[in-house]
Design a binder for this molecule. Structure first.
Ligand code: BES
Ligand code: ZN
Length: 622
């Protein structure tokens, strides 16, 4: 059954044209791209090929200000270029060095306004500007919000936030190289998702320091990223290391000790790591994601520092994006599963190589359970890998984009064999390195190189159903995780009145503990909850994934004794994946939950990243 969506049919020819140029050498800088409804750019006329930033981080006013110089590839008859901008304050624009005219169109929420600049025959434009107040991509932290009691700034570009601090074409299909000179107050270090040309910076003699960077490989603009703070570096191997505030860096280096081996595993599977170094930056606790795969410099939440390396699959995931996402990139966000689903699959492969098959099966079983939940809670439209129409981004659960995407690849693996899929994926990353990708083009490429007209194989794979339909196709198989075998028995014994301490909690790993907490009945008595908490110290458990699962259970039962622990958890970190569901759950628990949510939010909101705060605003207003 061949599904042709509006978007998919519009792509058919352009995406395949890109393939032809890949084998014949240099890529056409104006190669056709699918329409990105999240950008104002008109890349068929003129597109940005290089961004040169010369900016000062003004911690007093909380703005980035300075100049962006853009290099442009354009049709001979192009009169103008259209950029994305959201709340930028534009001071002056020139083209080829001469002042030119520009217009800022009507601004739409999230999308921002088109910034249209007359080219007058030039192929560079210079924009003097500053970021607006409350730029959604930037979080300016006060000294009190950091470990070292110094100011801190970090950016988060994905998906369409970078237009709040960089005036460029903010579309993942429009790849751009970049360089930057960033001025920051003396005493702080600037790091970026690029080669660091001046690790210590250059003193300017006025209490400030300038840092320079260079990213020579073309990247989608959501991967331009910056961090500024009291940062030090610890090597974890010849190519890898950790940046963090001084009091965090040792713990960070301990947790990340496996990074060099992870790189070796990924390279053996999918070909050379093409970005030079791989460092991670551990951010203050308000970082809104688990991780962000900024090239050469993954950004990480400090909530993964469990002290026992039990949450390093996060690092494997972000590292895997060095192939799926950063090298071959979803051309439009409707195909986000090409980034996240592939990456979750590779994350699993790295984990399997490092920590064994049993561990891998347990991770797959947890993901399988999340998919099952999504099938009952997410609208059918939100269950498609390739999004169609106006899918509400909030409806699009990560269990689909990430876990269904990975399950699709594992299903292919089971049917065609691991060797065949590995060989194919390696060739895919080589063939499309530094290029955008669409679902339709991936399927065409897979058919060309693997299915090759084999009708029986085609019928077995159900490729179009996986990519374009809601639900999970019939050829998916539930993972068998023997490490979880005993858990139902321990739960039954506890429900029958046995003490929770009868379960071998101390011998369980993080995933077994999560499985136990996630599969306990959602309705428990206050006595049962008190016994659980007392047996395992759940209110204070250092592992944030486990504590999240516990507090979810506590909230589902309006378990008052954990109120303080809930408030603390929601105040000491700002990771959206933890914050949003807990506020949502609290708001469904009547008087107790709503009062706790409002009381906590009143003082915690200031610590949250703008995008998390905006989401919680909506949850509390509903
Ligand atoms: N690229 C994502 C983070 C992201 C997704 C940012 C969507 C903005 C919009 C990153 O690679 C990611 O998936 N992070 C996960 C961790 C992972 C182990 C599932 C996260 O932040 O929880
Ligand atoms: Zn990811």
């Amino acid at each position: 059954m061949l599904r042709r969506t509006l978007l998919a049919s519009a792509l058919a020819i352009p995406a395949l044209a890109a393939c032809a140029t890949a084998t014949s050498g240099a890529r056409d800088p104006l190669a056709p791209l699918p329409l990105d409804t999240s950008s104002h750019a008109r890349p068929e006329i003129a597109r940005v090929t290089h961004v040169s930033l010369d900016l000062t981080a003004d911690f007093e006013r909380k703005v980035m200000r300075g100049k962006a110089t853009l290099s442009i590839a354009a049709r001979d008859d192009a009169r103008e270029i259209v950029l994305d901008s959201l709340n930028l304050v534009i001071h002056r624009v020139s083209a080829g060095g001469a002042e030119t005219t520009y217009t800022l169109g009507e601004s739409r929420p999230s999308l921002g306004a088109p910034l249209t600049i007359a080219l007058n025959g030039a192929r560079t434009v210079e924009i003097e500007y500053e970021s607006g107040p409350d730029a959604a991509s930037l979080q300016w932290l006060t000294p009190a919000q950091t470990a070292s009691n110094k100011p801190f700034l970090f950016s988060q570009g994905q998906s369409i936030l970078n237009r709040t601090w960089i005036p460029t074409q903010d579309s993942p299909g429009i790849r751009q190289t970049y360089d930057a000179r960033i001025v920051a107050p003396e005493g702080l270090k600037v790091v970026m998702s690029a080669e660091m040309l001046t690790p210590e910076g250059e003193p300017l003699g006025d209490g400030q320091r300038a840092f320079r960077f260079r990213m020579p490989q073309p990247i989608p603009p959501y991967l331009i990223a910056i961090g500024i703070g009291d940062l030090v570096h610890r090597a974890t191997g010849p190519r890898t290391g950790v940046y963090a505030e001084p009091s965090v860096v040792e713990r960070g280096a301990y947790e990340c000790a496996d990074m060099e081996r992870m790189m070796d595993v990924a390279e053996a599977l999918y070909g050379p790591y093409r970005w030079g170094r791989y460092d991670v930056l551990i951010l203050p606790p308000s970082f809104p994601y688990g991780g962000m795969e900024n090239p050469r410099l993954t950004f990480l939440t400090p909530t993964f520092l469990a002290g026992d390396r039990s949450l390093v699959s996060l690092v494997a995931h972000e590292l895997a994006h060095s192939w799926s996402g950063n090298l071959v990139t979803n051309a439009v966000w409707a195909d986000g599963w090409l980034n996240e689903g592939f990456t979750s699959y590779i994350e699993g492969r790295i984990g399997e190589a490092l920590f064994g098959e049993e561990n891998a099966r347990m991770a797959e079983a947890l993901a399988w359970a999340d998919i099952q939940t999504a099938l009952t809670t997410v609208t059918p439209d939100g269950q498609r890998l390739h999004w169609v129409g106006e899918v509400d981004a909030n409806d699009n659960s990560s269990a689909i984009t990430y876990d269904k995407g990975a399950l699709f690849l594992r299903t292919i693996e089971r049917i065609v064999g691991r060797t065949r899929l590995d060989t194919y994926l390696r060739s895919y990353f080589d063939r499309y390195a530094f290029q955008p990708m669409t679902t339709q083009h991936f399927l065409a490429d897979f058919r060309q190189h693997v299915v090759r007209g084999d009708a029986a194989l085609e019928a077995q794979l159900l490729l179009d159903q996986w990519a374009y339909e809601p639900g999970i196709p019939s050829n998916a198989q539930a993972p068998v995780a023997t490490g979880f075998n005993d858990i139902p028995g321990h739960i039954e014994a506890f429900i029958a009145g046995g003490p929770p301490a009868a379960a071998p909690w101390e011998h369980w790993n993080t995933m077994q503990r999560q499985r136990y907490l996630q599969t306990l009945p959602r309705e428990l008595s206050a006595t049962q909850l008190r016994d659980l908490e007392a047996a395992f110290g759940l209110d204070d458990i250092g592992n944030m994934e486990v504590r999240f699962d516990w507090l979810s259970l506590a909230i589902a039962n309006s378990f008052e004794p954990s109120s303080a622990a809930i408030e603390r958890f929601l105040s000491e970190q700002g990771r959206g994946k933890f914050i949003r569901p807990l506020y949502r759950a609290l708001m469904q628990r009547g008087e107790w939950g709503q009062a706790l949510a409002r009381r906590t939010y009143a003082h915690a909101r200031d610590g949250y990243h703008p995008i998390v705060a905006a989401a919680v605003d909506r949850i509390l207003a509903a």
